[in-house]
Design a protein around this ligand. Structure first.
Ligand code: G4P
Length: 521
């Protein structure tokens, strides 16, 4: 029997430290987690949460890998896709955001809009993903609520339409005014925020004297917002013109239930998706999915390689034989898994919006489509302009085989872009990154996972432009430029600096030199 419950597939995006892991745990706490229990830890171990499995990640306290969490709330299936936090991984973030239907932007009330917040908002706008905003950490002193609304309007050019409004200023969080019903939702603290925070709804005339002043201020500000027409409008929200706003304290589980309700009420369902040839796959059509992330090293003992795919249409059933769009070859799905942080379990079936993991699917690469029935291929996820380049070589010549295998694997996962040329050969591939931290991940994984220490030497290129075969021939031998080929067949002309790139383009108008989308740094 297919599971016909509605789906909500979304990502939480934020600047590091805004409280994404804390919120993720709080959401899971409020809902019934249906996949592998035990992966959500109790309080005191909140850091060891859903997404971080690399030792390096833990040491830095940032999330650089992606996982998905699935749970049920009010008879809806919710898929929360985790996004990497560091700006060096914006390319990865971009891929993850291709797998969701909406995003929750978490803003630290004390810090306002931070650089990564702004960047992520832009990515969502580019991809047409509607964004809901959660102002977090309202239990701590911070900016005023109206000030934060102004910031969103000015810096992001999205009209904030608050659905709840805080009662009590930042640092004195008593509850919220539900702007849809006019009620006061009063919160009660629990020890350490470890359990659901009890809340009481009351009509305005039931507000207790102790809260009267804070309530009066909230009502006044709410009326100001009404005059300003800052009310939710579903069409404008879906069109990316407005962002509904809520106030919360993830740490104390305040506002978390409301966020879940909001997701159910206004976040979009999975929708029809267009293929590269313009044909459209409806959600009820035959099964199709696309790979947005490939990850390995999740399980040291088994050397797992997991390709995460988002189901776009139809019902997936384990054991189904699907077609790999890139090669046209059949692909068996006996080892499909549901993905839940570092824990995985066999998945029997999945519906549009769900995330499934294919174990040791060597054929699957980021951007690939699999389907049954009529052929479909979804557009590739664009890759960013690399700005950092090194040449890599095996630190131990005796382990050259491991070196080759590791580089190939990391290339397929999109951890780093690997560039080659006949001139350079395969011994010293050029690695290209959007942010320098990607090289640290390569070093760590080559050493620990592939048993092949790696050596880098810096390459003095700064700018990459896309070119073609004719461009490669025309640029050969020119000073300050070198053309290399990426494994997806794209030719990149690397220039020592911006100036050289500009002069070359100016003096050779016939040569194709196309800018790539700017990435993280
Ligand atoms: P991230 O995944 O976005 O990077 O953030 P994370 O949840 O790890 O939270 C970063 C810090 O902010 C943590 O504190 C966390 O406890 C705190 N935090 C998250 N939400 C809230 C909130 O609503 N209110 C308050 N007051 N703090 C919040 P830490 O000191 O870095 O870690 P820990 O020792 O508390 O685990």
């Amino acid at each position: 029997m297919p599971d016909t419950r509605p789906r909500r597939t979304f990502a939480v995006i934020s600047h590091p430290d805004a409280g994404k892991s804390t919120l993720t745990e709080a959401l899971a706490l409020h809902a019934r987690v249906i996949t592998e229990a035990g992966a959500v830890h109790g309080k005191g171990d909140r850091r060891a949460t859903v997404s971080d499995w690399m030792a390096m990640e833990k040491a830095r306290g940032i999330s650089i890998t992606s996982a998905a969490l699935q749970f049920v709330y009010r008879d809806h299936v919710i898929n929360l896709v985790d996004t990497p936090g560091h700006s060096d991984f914006s390319e990865d973030t971009y891929r993850v955001l291709s797998a969701v239907d909406s995003a929750v932007m978490l803003v630290d009330a004390g810090k306002g809009l931070e650089p990564q917040t702004l960047k992520l908002f832009k990515v969502c706008a580019l991809r047409g993903i509607p964004v809901m905003t959660v102002i977090n950490k309202w239990d701590r002193p911070g900016l005023s609520a109206l000030e934060l609304m102004d910031l969103i309007q000015e810096k992001i050019r999205l009209r904030p339409t608050p659905l709840t409004w805080p009662v009590g200023e930042a640092g004195d969080f008593r509850g919220v005014l539900d702007r849809r019903t006019g009620e006061f939702v009063k919160y009660t603290r629990t020890a350490g925020g470890a359990t659901r925070a009890p809340e009481r709804r009351m009509a305005p005339d039931e507000v207790e004297p102790a809260d009267a002043l804070a309530w009066a201020t909230a009502v006044e500000e709410h009326e100001l917002l009404e005059l300003d027409e800052a009310d939710h409008d579903q069409d404008r929200f879906l069109a990316g013109e407005t962002t509904p706003v809520m106030f919360a304290s993830a740490l104390q589980n305040f506002g978390v239930a409301q966020l879940l309700d909001l997701l159910l009420d206004i976040a979009p369902d999975p929708s029809p998706t267009e293929g590269v040839d313009g044909s459209v796959r409806k959600v009820e059509d035959d099964f199709s999915a696309f790979v947005f992330k490939v990850q390995s090293g999740m399980n040291n003992a088994h050397r797992d390689r997991l390709a995460y795919a988002r189901v776009v249409s139809g019902t997936f059933e384990r054991g189904m034989v699907v077609t790999h769009a890139g090669s046209g070859r059949p692909f068996a799905t006996k080892f499909a898994q549901s993905v839940f942080g570092r824990d995985t379990a066999a998945v029997e079936s999945a519906e549009p919006g769900d995330i499934i993991g294919f174990v040791n699917a060597q054929a699957l690469r980021v951007g690939d489509t699999v389907y049954v029935g009529d052929p479909i291929e979804y557009p590739p996820v664009p890759s960013f302009a690399p700005e950092h380049f090194v040449t890599a070589s095996a630190g131990d010549i005796g382990r050259y085989k491991q070196f080759r295998r590791g580089i190939e694997q990391l290339d397929q996962e999109g951890v780093v872009q690997v560039l080659r040329s006949d001139l350079r050969g395969d011994q010293n591939p050029v690695l290209a990154a959007v942010g320098p931290m990607q090289f640290e991940v390569v070093e760590d994984r080559m050493t620990n996972e592939f048993n092949s220490p790696i050596r880098f030497s810096r390459l003095d290129y700064q700018v990459a432009r896309r070119t073609d075969a004719a461009g490669a021939a025309a640029l050969a031998g020119k000073r300050g430029v070198e053309v290399l080929e990426r494994s997806d067949g794209t030719r990149l002309a690397l220039f020592v600096d911006q100036w050289r790139a500009q002069v070359t383009a100016r003096d050779n108008p016939d040569i194709m030199l196309e800018a790539l989308p700017a990435g993280g740094s």
